[in-house]
Design a protein around this ligand. Structure first.
Ligand code: FAD
Length: 455
């Protein structure tokens, strides 16, 4: 497909052009950089790694602490396992500005749910086509971000090659540091005395180390679903413990001989045994926590204005702006259970437009009031604090609202329908959803749309 036309930044007349620091060059940081520059801002992206891509930069090495508890451990950003294929169809996963389509190139993965390398290649194409890489300072780790006189932001960064610390001042900072690196763990009574190996899925790469072992996985996420099948090919037994099934649950996974589904683990014991809520007891070698991640901003100093409380980053107006520091501090990419690329794109357009003064935010009091109402609603619906950024039920309405603010087209109907069809298939047919589908009509519409936009 032909490359999309790149609008000339000089044809856009922003009210204010800000000097903006972006932390991270993953999917969120890349789209933030593109959108902010399009709006006329001056952008610097700080990236700790030597390449763009963030999570999609597969790293065979893992953290030095497999559970991710030791604060001084060597940390690896990526949580990808070798066999990982996307859990969304490429058409609905990609950015609106740059369709994620088959390239037809020989060395590329043409599958609709491609392997992780294809996503990295796509992000590299995006960065090249929109000349985003030139904005990135690689091998620079942001070690402190804090507000200084005049409402400006001081960014202290460390050059990882020359080991130098440098301080620079910016008008605004956009935080895009990702949130799939700091493991969240399940609490298991007795696990401190349990003699087996415990780890988090963040540190899972390949099945081989689990050959002939008895492995317990905790969780019911996409990772647990993939990894239990990956490991079952070599392991003796795989037991999946889930909080979201009935207490008595105990059954073999259809189509498998050595994967059992249980209710949650009740206790772990010194003799190596593990008891489940369903009364079953298993002697296991490994417990793997596939239990998600914590938001973590070790570099951010806001005097307590922005906090992370039980995985709620707050207070944030619509998951982006802390009212007391808006618009000069913003977060792109926090929402969970979404198609992150198009969502980050919409959030980035919003941040860009608000920073230039083209789009207005409500007063600080009104934003705080709206956050209060939101938190009250979550509480009244029994939704735990740590689900604050879960947007499973309203991501597209949210994107459309942002698009409306920015004066750009909302989420395409085909994208929405494809996303829901895929999520449904993933639940009903976890073995085959990546290779068999029935949403041909939406695929045709997507490609028609891409063709029209490229013309
Ligand atoms: P990241 O990709 O994590 O990027 C953050 C960047 O910030 C990194 O490059 C990091 O090095 C940098 N950084 C962090 N701290 C600093 C610092 N202090 N200084 C400088 N740089 C820093 N999404 C999909 O759409 N489809 C999928 O199929 C899919 N599968 C997934 C599978 C797994 C196992 C996981 C964990 C997530 C998956 N996701 C998927 C979600 C995925 O997280 C998003 O697609 C997206 O990659 C997130 O981008 P990000 O930019 O927010 O974060």
């Amino acid at each position: 497909m032909a490359s999309p036309t790149i609008p000339n930044p000089s044809t856009i007349k922003p009210k204010i052009s800000s000097n903006v620091a972006i932390v991270g060059a993953g999917a969120a940081g890349l789209t933030a950089a593109r959108e902010l520059r399009l709006e006329g801002h001056h952008v610097v992206v700080f990236e700790r790694e030597s390449k763009i891509g963030g999570l999609w930069l597969y790293e065979p090495n893992t953290d030095s602490d497999p559970l991710g508890i030791d604060p001084n451990r060597k940390i690896v950003q990526s949580s990808l396992y070798d066999s990982l294929r996307t859990n969304l169809p490429r058409e609905s996963m990609g950015f609106q500005a740059y369709p994620f389509v088959e390239t037809g190139l020989k060395d590329r993965d043409q599958r609709r749910y491609p392997g992780h390398k294809e996503v990295l290649d796509y992000l590299e194409d995006y960065a090249k086509v929109f000349r985003v890489s030139e904005l990135v300072r690689f091998k620079t780790e942001v070690v402190r971000v804090r507000m200084v006189e005049g409402g400006k932001w001081e960014v202290k960064w460390r050059g990882l090659e020359k080991r130098v610390d440098v301080v620079e001042v910016f008008d605004a900072v956009v935080i895009c540091n990702g949130h799939h690196t700091e493991p969240r763990l399940a609490s298991i009574p007795g696990s401190d005395k349990w003699p087996g190996k415990q780890m988090h899925s963040h540190n899972y790469r390949v099945p081989d180390p689990f050959r002939d072992q008895v492995v317990i996985l905790i969780g019911s996420s996409a990772s647990a679903s993939d990894i239990c099948r990956d490991i079952a090919g070599v392991a003796k037994e795989v037991h999946v413990a889930s909080r979201s099934v009935a207490d008595q649950t105990f059954h073999i996974l259809p189509g498998h001989e050595n994967i059992w589904l249980h209710s949650m683990i009740r206790t772990a014991h010194q003799d190596g045994s593990v008891a489940f809520g369903n009364g079953r007891i298993v002697n296991a070698d490994v417990i793997m926590h596939c239990t998600g991640y914590k938001y973590h901003f070790p570099f951010l100093e806001t005097n307590g204005i922005v906090t992370v409380d039980d995985n709620r980053v707050g207070p944030l107006y619509l998951h982006v702006f802390p009212p007391a520091l808006a618009p000069s501090l913003s977060f792109v990419g926090l929402p969970l259970d979404v198609a992150p690329f198009p969502l980050c794109e919409c959030q980035s357009k919003w941040v860009a437009g608000v920073l230039s003064g083209r789009i207005s935010l409500p007063s600080m009091e009104k934003m705080m009031e709206s956050i209060k109402v939101f938190y009250t609603k979550l509480g009244a619906s029994g939704i735990p604090k740590h689900y604050t950024h879960n947007m499973e039920t309203y991501q597209f309405e949210y994107n459309d609202w942002l698009a409306g603010q920015c004066g750009c087209p909302g989420i395409e109907e085909w994208r929405r329908q494809m996303y829901y069809a895929s999520s449904k298939r993933q639940l009903a047919k976890p073995e085959t959803f990546r290779d068999e589908w029935e949403d041909q009509e939406w695929i045709l519409q997507a490609y028609e749309d891409f063709k029209q936009r490229a013309a």
